[in-house]
Write a protein that binds this ligand. Structure first.
Ligand code: GUN
Ligand code: FE
Length: 420
């Protein structure tokens, strides 16, 4: 049995709003699976080699539950248009370039490296509609040590004719070809990905719902992000009272479903999410950048919904989840101020929990460094910054980090970043 022992200041988020800190502690994994956090090393591990990181912080690594890989090259640009114009003007032409698999490989290799070096080890990711580039993306993530789900995007209507489009027949046959080719990946698995309701015909939605049930596949999409988008969905589906029903009526609505944004989901739509066990993926940066709004995250948490965080690059302009945590807290404070200070804003421990334990739950993990979880962790140095108590160092590291602060990363038990 291979034993991993990491020594340092261990920070774990076992419940929403709770942070446990063990100074001079030991995080132990057996064959890549967490055995526990200990303040003294148990006798049975006495012979195991210890990786001693001094008093550096040892943190859970991140889960980014919503991002668009083929938008990585445009990250930081195109911030002057609201969602639907942004999609047509910048995003669809960008994604069209991924018909070229060589181009895809060079971009996706760099994306995978940046994710790992920033401490993100689990993702739920949109690819483009291209099957081959999607397989390249899965390969590059797997090689770099990123785990999670990747989706070939389905979009057989309202796309970009002549630039980025697929027929209904292609959408169906390419999805099947993609699924046939996904079997060899160990850590990166397929997730069905209707882009959003306006992008998919009823025929493709029904096909995907059927496939999700037959093959027990998870589903990811977008929901109630933006006013113009919601109006459009209403016009496309006059039979549905609310946006979420356009997914539910095709079997795309259950506890393995991720819905990004949900900025404008009202009490009825939120109850539908809670009752079905759908996970909301909050993307605070994107919601501001493409002029969508400020999602009622605190209300959703109070109501018992599953909420996780997403960078949503390149609508979001931060790939790094430390930054996404601060954006989420800021968005929540704006909502608090504008709502008459009724519902409290997100605290730092809560924001941290959403970016780590809450996202990891979608992959079946228990919160925090719970025994039985695969080891997903990072070591963060802050020795170049002023000394302070451990609780303050934890808060500071979210808002401020020294250069090259992430020293080492473990993903599903394997060391994937830092010196071996
Ligand atoms: N809705 C449909 N496609 C997209 C996308 O690429 N980004 C965002 N933010 N919303 C979408
Ligand atoms: Fe998105």
């Amino acid at each position: 049995m291979a034993v991993t022992v990491l020594k340092g200041t261990i920070v774990s988020a076992p419940a929403l709003g709770q942070v446990d800190i063990t100074e001079n502690g030991y995080l132990v994994a057996e064959d890549g699976v967490i055995a526990g956090v200990f303040s003294a090393l148990p006798e049975r591990y006495a012979a195991a080699p210890v990786e001693d990181f001094g008093d550096a912080l040892i943190l859970q690594s991140f889960a980014d539950l919503h991002l668009h890989a083929p938008q990585y090259p445009m990250l930081g640009t195109g911030m002057d248009l609201p969602l639907l114009d942004w999609l047509n003007t910048y995003t669809f032409p960008m994604e069209a370039r991924f018909a070229d698999t060589d181009y895809a490989r060079s971009i996706y290799r760099e994306l995978a490296r940046e994710l790992i070096s920033g401490g993100t080890t689990r993702v739920c990711m949109f690819s483009s509609l291209h099957t081959d580039a999607t397989l390249v993306l899965m390969e590059e993530l797997e090689k770099a040590g990123v785990t999670g789900y990747v989706g070939k995007v389905n979009m057989d209507r309202n796309a970009a004719p002549g630039v980025l489009e697929e027929t209904t027949e292609e959408s169906i046959s390419e999805t099947l070809r993609w699924l046939e080719s996904c079997g060899d990946f160990k850590y990166v698995k397929p997730i069905l990905t209707p882009r959003f309701t306006p992008s998919c015909t009823d025929e493709v939605m029904a096909f995907l719902g059927d496939l999700a049930a037959k093959r027990n596949l998870p589903v990811q999409s977008h929901l109630s992000e933006n006013d113009k988008e919601i109006e459009w969905v209403r016009a496309l589906h006059p039979d549905c009272t609310q946006y979420w029903e356009t997914y539910a009526k095709f079997g795309l609505w259950n506890d393995r479903t991720l819905m990004a944004h949900c900025v404008w989901s009202d009490a009825r739509e939120r109850a539908a999410m809670r009752d079905a066990g759908v996970t909301v993926v909050h993307c605070a940066d994107s919601n501001v950048n493409v002029c969508s709004g400020t999602a009622p995250i605190r209300t959703m948490l109070n109501e018992g919904l599953n909420v996780a965080l997403g960078s949503d690059i390149a609508g979001g302009d931060h790939l790094n989840l430390f930054d996404v945590v601060t954006s989420s807290i800021r968005a929540s404070k704006i909502r608090y101020m504008e709502d008459g200070k009724q519902t409290p804003f997100l605290t730092v421990p809560e924001g941290w929990y959403l970016a780590t334990s809450a996202g990891a739950a979608f992959f079946g993990e228990q919160p925090g460094f719970a025994p039985g979880n695969p080891l997903h962790a990072m070591v963060l140095a802050d020795d170049a910054l002023p000394p302070m108590p451990a609780a303050d160092r934890f808060e500071r590291c979210i808002y401020r980090r020294q250069k090259d602060a992430v020293r080492a990363v473990w993903s599903a038990g394997r060391k994937v970043w830092g010196t071996k």
